[in-house]
Design a protein around this ligand. Structure first.
Ligand SMILES: Cc1ncc(COP(=O)(O)O)c(C=O)c1O
Length: 431
C-alpha cells in the first residue's frame, strides 16, 4: 500500500481540487473510535465522518448484514422489483420518528436528496410554493438545497442561479441574539414570514432542530414549538431536518423529542446506516401519500445493501441503547469543556446535546456585527490543526468558521474519549 505522501501526489494529479479533505493522511482501516492511516498512524475520531458512523466503523453487525446482502443481490431498483429490507427500513422510520400518528416513508441516497424530496412533497401536498428557512442553515449542496443553505463560501459561491421561492428568516442563536427567548425569536422570524411571504403561501418551515454546519446552534427553548404551532395554524408543514441530529446523536432518537415537537415531515440520513449511503423522508400519511404513484424515486434510493446496513445499525442502537451512550458522552465532555472555557476565555460558548457538542471561539470582551463577541476563526483553525497534529480528528463549522464541533462515534470507549479530551486541552495550551 502506498503511503500518504505518495497518495497526495496521485490525488493532486487525479482528483478535482474542488473536493478537499481535512487531513492529508489516507485511511487504511477504522474501528469504533479510531482511524488508522496507511502509514500506521492512529487518530482518535471526534468526527464520525461528519456524524455518520454512530455505531462505529466496521461495526460487526453492519459488516455481517452487508456481506450477507451482497451475496444475495446488490441491486434490483425498488421501483422495478421491490424487496423486504426497504419496507422494513420504512417501518423502522415510521415507528422511531416523533409522533404516534400514521406515517409513510420513502428512501433516497443522500441527505440533500431527502431534503429535496421533502420540499417536493410539501409543495405538492399543500399546493403552495414558499419554503421558509433560517439563517445559518445547512441543507446540502444540490441546486435546490444550495438555495436552502445559508452560507456562501464554500457551498454556494458562483454556483448560482439558485432555485426560487425560498425565504430566509433569523434563527434563534442565544450567543448572538442577545439571549432572546425562544418565543420572541420565533415571533421575530414569523412576523417577517407573514409580512414578506404571506402565511397562505407557505408550504413549509424547514429547520434543523440543532443546526449542524451552521455552528451547532441550539435554539432557545420554545423556539421550535412556536414554529411548529404557527405552521399548524397556517396550514403549512413543519419539516425537521434531522439528518445530522437523528439516530441517537443528541441523546434521544431524534432531537425534536427534547421539546416534544412532532414534525409533519422528517428528513434522515447520515447515522441511519452505519456509513452506507441511505436517506429517508418520513411523515404524515396524508402528506406523503398526496403524491401520485411514480412521483418519488430514483435508481438507487433504498439500495438493498444500504437497507441491510441500516437495519443492522438501528438494531445496534436499540440493543446498546446508544441514546443513553450519547447522554453519557455529554456527561463526560461538557464538564471538561466548561472547565477548559474557564481557563481559556476565547471559548465564548459551550453548547450542544448528547454527542453533538461544540465550543465557539471568540475574541473576549468585543462586540461585532455578528451580534455578540467577535468570532475568532484563526484561533479555531490553530487549535484544530494542533489537535490533528497530535492525533485527534476534530471538525470545525459555523457561519464564521469559529466553532469546533465534537461528534464522536456513540460507541467510543471512555478511554478514547478521555484521551481525545486530553489532546484538545493540550492543543489549547499550545495554540
Ligand atoms: C442538517 C443537514 N441536512 C442536509 C445535509 C446534506 O446531507 P448530504 O451531505 O448527505 O447530502 C447535511 C449534511 O451535512 C446536514 O447536516
Amino acid at each position: 500500500m502506498p503511503g500518504s505522501d505518495e497518495l497526495q501526489k496521485r490525488r493532486a494529479a487525479a482528483v478535482s481540487r474542488g473536493v478537499s479533505s481535512l487531513i492529508g493522511s489516507y485511511v487504511d482501516h477504522a474501528s469504533g473510535g479510531t482511524l488508522t492511516d496507511v502509514d500506521g498512524r492512529e487518530w482518535i475520531d471526534f468526527g464520525s465522518g461528519i456524524a455518520v458512523t454512530s455505531v462505529g466503523n466496521a461495526n460487526p453487525r453492519v459488516v455481517e448484514a452487508v456481506r450477507a446482502q451482497v451475496q444475495r443481490f446488490t441491486h434490483t431498483c425498488f421501483m422495478v422489483a421491490p424487496y423486504e429490507s426497504y419496507v422494513a427500513v420504512c417501518e423502522q422510520l415510521n415507528a422511531l420518528t416523533p409522533g404516534e400518528h400514521d406515517k409513510r416513508s420513502a428512501l433516497f441516497n443522500s441527505g440533500a436528496e431527502a431534503v429535496e424530496n421533502a420540499v417536493k412533497i410539501a409543495r405538492h401536498a399543500t399546493g403552495r410554493p414558499a419554503i421558509v428557512v433560517f439563517d445559518h442553515a445547512y441543507h446540502g449542496r444540490t441546486n435546490l438545497t444550495m438555495a436552502l443553505t445559508a452560507k456562501n463560501m464554500p457551498y454556494k459561491h458562483r454556483f448560482g442561479p439558485f432555485a426560487g421561492e425560498i425565504y430566509r428568516v433569523p434563527m434563534s442563536y442565544p450567543l448572538r441574539d442577545g439571549g432572546l427567548d425562544g418565543a420572541s425569536a420565533a415571533a421575530r422570524a414569523l412576523n417577517l414570514v407573514e409580512k414578506q411571504v404571506g402565511a397562505e403561501n407557505v408550504a413549509a418551515l424547514l429547520i434543523e432542530p440543532i443546526q449542524g454546519e451552521g455552528g451547532f446552534v441550539v435554539p432557545a427553548p420554545g423556539f421550535l414549538p412556536a414554529l411548529a404551532d404557527w405552521a399548524r395554524a397556517a396550514g403549512a408543514l413543519f419539516i425537521a431536518d434531522e439528518i445530522q441530529t437523528g439516530f441517537c446523536r443528541t441523546g434521544s432518537w431524534f432531537a425534536c423529542e427534547h421539546e416534544s415537537v412532532v414534525p409533519d415531515l422528517v428528513t434522515t440520513a447520515k447515522g441511519i446506516a452505519g456509513g452506507l449511503p441511505l436517506a429517508g423522508v418520513t411523515g404524515r400519511t396524508d402528506v406523503m401519500d398526496a403524491v401520485h404513484p411514480g412521483g418519488l424515486g430514483g435508481t438507487y434510493g433504498g439500495n438493498p445493501v444500504a437497507c441491510a446496513a441500516a437495519l443492522a445499525a438501528i438494531e445496534t442502537m436499540r440493543e446498546l441503547d446508544l441514546a443513553a451512550a450519547a447522554r453519557r458522552i455529554e456527561a463526560v465532555m461538557v464538564p471538561r469543556l466548561r472547565d477548559l472555557a474557564q481557563r481559556h476565555p476565547a471559548i465564548g460558548d459551550v453548547r450542544g446535546r448528547g454527542a453533538m457538542l461544540a465550543i465557539e471561539l471568540v475574541s473576549p470582551g468585543t462586540t461585532s456585527a455578528a451580534g455578540g463577541p467577535a468570532p475568532d476563526a484563526g484561533a479555531t483553525q490553530a487549535v484544530a490543526n494542533a489537535c490533528h497534529e497530535a492525533g485527534l480528528l476534530v471538525l470545525t463549522c459555523g457561519t464564521y468558521g469559529n466553532v469546533m464541533r465534537f461528534l464522536p462515534p456513540l460507541v467510543i470507549t471512555e478511554d478514547q474519549l478521555g484521551r481525545g479530551l486530553d489532546i484538545l486541552e493540550d492543543a489549547f495550551h499550545k495554540a
